[in-house]
Design a protein around this ligand. Structure first.
Ligand code: UT7
Length: 311
């Protein structure tokens, strides 16, 4: 037996904010946003919807896909930098709403790499046979920490949530290898400054273009495969140019990489599970496929996983 993902689900708010909408509030334009980032539109949650509400919607879809109920969950891990409140945590709010009465619950924060840290943490409890079903959620309402007067950042982000259930799968499937990392000396490049996100885009860009391909290659090699074996790449959806750098380094054709950044922007810890859930839903990721998940974020942090999809 091995630890693997046994179900995935996602939720994004209905409200679409296009690049044209942003042209009306800051000095930007559709052409700049598309060519520099690949983003065409993003989803923004209504005032009445907070991070835990999106997390809940994604969680019930993932649990349905995994064919489990709240009573089956042993642990809930929520990766977020935008919890409803510092405490109680989003994971405790979920524990209650999902009826997961026997589950332990905690939030974890590794910015956009948070979901990767969550899945790798979950894997440890499955490998040691301590727990059977672990709900891992990446959920963000970034719109509440976005400075809507700062064109450097407000065009980039969106709201949403993705979730997976990590459990036991057969030993030819599941998580084959992982890498996690951090470089606290780069914290100054991307952080929350009092109320809002503050970013040195160029520095984060340089870091990401180096880290994403490197970590992707590492996990593929650690898993005993070569880059030619990779069936599908799910990078953190921050900027199409950063994602393309990873794709080119691995020599993966364009149709084998998730590109939901176009429609959802950067949803931080939610971006990888949203993209994974969509890829499974529309058949881009199939049973037995070798897939690579890779993320980077504020901290600085990063993480990558190579896995065989399926139970
Ligand atoms: O999850 C991790 C989160 N962060 C990231 O992934 C960010 C990584 N960095 C990036 O994606 C890119 O650096 C950005 C998309 C943020 C910026 O792209 P860039 O090609 O690095 O542009 P730049 O920062 O070098 O700025 C180029 C110009 C500047 O004008 P000047 O100084 O050359 O006159 C900016 O002021 O573009 C200007 N600019 C804009 N213009 C129109 C910056 N933002 C905008 C905007 N609309 N929204």
């Amino acid at each position: 037996m091995r630890a693997g993902i046994i179900g995935a689900g996602h939720y994004v708010p209905d409200k679409i904010v296009t690049n044209a909408d942003l042209e009306k509030i800051v000095d930007t334009n559709d052409e700049w946003i598309r060519t520099r980032t690949g983003i065409e539109e993003r989803r923004i949650a209504e005032d009445t919807m907070d991070t835990s509400d999106m997390a809940y919607e994604a969680a019930i879809r993932a649990m349905e896909a995994a064919n489990i109920t709240g009573a089956d969950i042993d642990l809930i891990l929520v990766a977020t930098v935008t919890p409803d409140t510092p405490f109680p945590t989003v994971s405790c709010m979920l524990q209650d709403r999902l009826g997961a009465t026997k589950a332990a619950a905690m939030d974890l924060s590794a910015a956009c790499a948070g979901f990767m840290y969550g899945v790798v943490t979950a894997k440890q409890f499955i490998d040691t046979a301590v727990y059977k079903n672990i709900l891992v959620v990446g959920a963000e309402k970034l719109s509440k920490i976005t400075d809507w007067t700062d064109r450097n950042t407000c065009v980039l982000f969106g709201d949403g949530a993705g979730a997976v259930v990590v459990g036991e799968v057969s030993d030819d499937k599941g998580i084959l290898s992982f890498e996690l990392g951090a470089d606290g000396s780069g914290g100054k490049h991307l952080y929350q400054d009092k109320d809002f996100i503050s970013m040195n885009g160029r520095e984060v860009f340089k870091f990401a273009v180096r880290q994403m391909p490197e970590s992707s290659l590492h996990v593929v090699e650690k898993a005993g495969y070569t880059k030619e074996d990779v069936d599908y790449l799910i990078p953190h959806q921050a900027n199409i140019r950063i994602m393309e750098a990873a794709r080119n380094k691995l020599g993966i054709p364009v149709e084998k990489m998730a590109t939901s950044v176009k429609r959802f922007g950067n949803t931080s810890s939610a971006s990888i599970p949203i993209a994974l859930s969509e890829a499974v839903q529309n058949g881009d990721v199939k049973d037995g496929n070798l897939i690579v998940l890779v993320g980077f974020g504020g901290g600085l942090t990063w993480g990558a996983i190579a896995m065989k999809w399926g139970r």
